[in-house]
Design a protein around this ligand. Sequence first.
Ligand SMILES: CC(C)(COP(=O)(O)OP(=O)(O)OC[C@H]1O[C@@H](n2cnc3c(N)ncnc32)[C@H](O)[C@@H]1OP(=O)(O)O)[C@@H](O)C(=O)NCCC(=O)NCCS
Length: 177
Amino acid sequence: MERGARRIEAQREVVLRTPRLTLTSWVVDDVGALHEVHSDPETMEFVRHGRPESRPEVEQLVDRYIAEHAARGWTKWRLADLDDRLVGRAGFGGTSDSRGLSYLIRRSRWGRGLATEIAEALVGWHLLHTVAVPLRAIVAVGNDASARVLEKIGFDEDGKEDFDGTMCRAFVHPDTA
Ligand SMILES: CC(C)(COP(=O)(O)OP(=O)(O)OC[C@H]1O[C@@H](n2cnc3c(N)ncnc32)[C@H](O)[C@@H]1OP(=O)(O)O)[C@@H](O)C(=O)NCCC(=O)NCCS
């Protein structure tokens, strides 16, 4: 590993590890890699604004993730493979009294069980670190792959709700409800 890469690695805090993935905090230098993922239309169809994002939008997002992690200890963290290549992001949105599970995987890595692997590990993180706060997830109607991930790790479907004008399926994890 080059010296610059080692320096960046040292700035990241490891949140959790799974057999194939490492979840860490972000550094400003991650903007380019996350923009590669967030500029893909298929990846963004059901998340955020439902469209590919510009580099300035991703810069703002990484700034927000860094600030949230520093201020409250949870955010949507950086997801990397064991060679430290960015695979996506995963973590939590929401508020102090309701947490929302979130995951997004780079399109070239879909269909290998990676979302399921990190989502299941995050349920464990939530149960360990977040006492008495329900863990929910909302999935835009039509995003059947994401709903399948939640079903596989034991979430129950809990009606429908509007999120920023998008009709979504709501889920809750029974161990946290
Ligand atoms: C949704 C997403 C996270 C899934 O990631 P992934 O790593 O491919 O997911 P996994 O491989 O762990 O599991 C996907 C499951 O959905 C199934 N699936 C895939 N496409 C599907 C579809 N169109 N309809 C129904 N099921 C589908 C897979 O077969 C698999 O289920 P199985 O293990 O029973 O076969 C990924 O497509 C993604 O990042 N999409 C863009 C961002 C996003 O939508 N995030 C979720 C916001 S709520």
